[in-house]
Design a protein around this ligand. Structure first.
Ligand SMILES: Cc1cc2nc3c(=O)[nH]c(=O)nc-3n(C[C@H](O)[C@H](O)[C@H](O)COP(=O)(O)OP(=O)(O)OC[C@H]3O[C@@H](n4cnc5c(N)ncnc54)[C@H](O)[C@@H]3O)c2cc1C
Length: 340
């Protein structure tokens, strides 16, 4: 069947902020053969391209005058092992949380700290998703992708992805150039619980669990996240809207002298990561509403669509947050979602 290209397609179902925007063209990819066909399609010559997974880390501020490529590649299979890890290849279109849950249930633990992160497996490397003491990079072996400049499939190993804090080569040099088709995860053969993160440790204590299993960590993380974060099905959002800023030791010293309750963590090398949520809260913005956009009452790091907000309204609020935090603390906040 030839590739189906939709024109003037609604993007609201494809972003968890729930904002209205339209794509000039929209294509759904369900097999790697279709990628080769798409690459040679006349449309791909002069138009911009946007790859979309679950839309949980995107903010559309206008219509997209190009081709939106929605990834729908499925599959999960064990493809071998190394001395330390089981290797599992997962299709880019698989749901991330569903994959974590099924792996924990089938005795392949290792991703449980990343439970309930929305979106698809193929997007996980883009910002090196992380939560509760674990980042994807620690469970990553390699990935397969389609390169729209080389016009062929490529594979990439861990050291080619330049993973950093909510960052990778896919946010920079390779943005929109490589479409990830599958991710090979490396799950530890000798598993141990990662339970040092304060929220996780407290919740386990509260539940009376001393030696948590992977399932216990999974359940704990799910419970914490359900309490703290708004469900995008009920209140549009993209999770944390800003990265936690990293500052020098001097800057941290100066801030803590002025604001003794400042929340920050020392990083190896002497720098400090500040809790962006604390800065926004201390700037008096937690719970704020501007038109139909707002800041979540329970977590100042989350911008929300209170119903019918446009991407531009949400972005204007984000700019206000950046300005107020810069004015009060002299710290720049960098947005985490991709703004389109
Ligand atoms: C309630 C909530 C909580 C969240 N919590 C966390 C958290 O704890 N930690 C965290 O790291 N993130 C978190 N996020 C952000 C988000 O869930 C992740 O970044 C997720 O990986 C995005 O997946 P997605 O499929 O929705 O990507 P999309 O939003 O569709 O896309 C995000 C970016 O990835 C690119 N992309 C998507 N798929 C592919 C592909 N196959 N190939 C190439 N490029 C691709 C897109 O072009 C875009 O640049 C949260 C979001 C929400 C709504």
């Amino acid at each position: 069947m030839p590739l189906e290209v939709l024109e003037n397609a609604a993007l609201r179902p494809f972003n968890t902020f729930g904002v209205d925007a339209r794509a000039r063209f929209f294509v759904r990819i369900t097999s790697t053969d279709e990628l080769s066909e798409l690459d040679h399609h006349p449309l791909m010559g002069g138009l911009r391209r946007l790859i979309v997974g679950g839309g949980s880390n995107l903010l559309f501020v206008s219509d997209f005058d190009g081709v939106v490529v929605k990834v729908d590649l499925r599959g999960l299979q064990e493809v071998g092992d190394t001395a330390d890890a089981w290797l599992l290849e997962v299709g880019a279109g698989e749901n991330w949380h569903g994959t974590v849950e099924s792996l924990v249930a089938s005795d392949r633990p290792g991703l449980e700290n990343l439970a309930l992160i929305p979106g698809q497996v193929g997007a996980a490397p883009i910002q090196n998703i992380g939560a509760y003491g674990l980042e994807l990079a620690e469970r990553f072996h390699s990935l397969s992708a389609w390169d729209f400049e080389l016009h062929r499939a490529v594979t990439m190993a861990l050291d080619e992805c330049n993973f950093g804090y909510r960052d990778s080569v896919f946010k920079k040099d390779l943005a929109s150039r490589r479409l990830i088709t599958a991710v090979t995860l490396a799950l530890p053969k000798r598993w141990h619980a990662i339970a040092g993160y304060a929220d996780v440790a407290n919740e386990l204590k509260h539940r009376g669990i001393v030696q948590p299993s992977a399932r216990d960590i999974f359940d704990t993380v799910v419970a914490i996240r359900r309490r703290k974060l708004p469900d995008p099905m009920c209140l549009g959002n993209a999770g944390s809207f800003f990265k936690n800023p990293i500052v020098s030791r001097e800057k941290h010293g100066e801030l803590i002298a002025r604001f003794p309750s400042l929340v920050g963590y020392a990083l190896p090398g002497g720098r400090f990561k500040l809790a962006a949520g604390w800065l926004i809260d201390a700037a008096g913005l937690k719970g704020a509403t501007r038109g139909r956009a707002g800041i979540y009452e329970k977590q100042a790091l989350v911008l929300v669509n209170r119903g019918g907000a446009t991407g531009a309204e949400i972005l204007a609020l984000a700019r206000e947050v950046q300005d107020k935090v810069a004015e009060r603390f002299g710290v720049e906040l960098e947005p985490e979602p991709v703004i389109v």
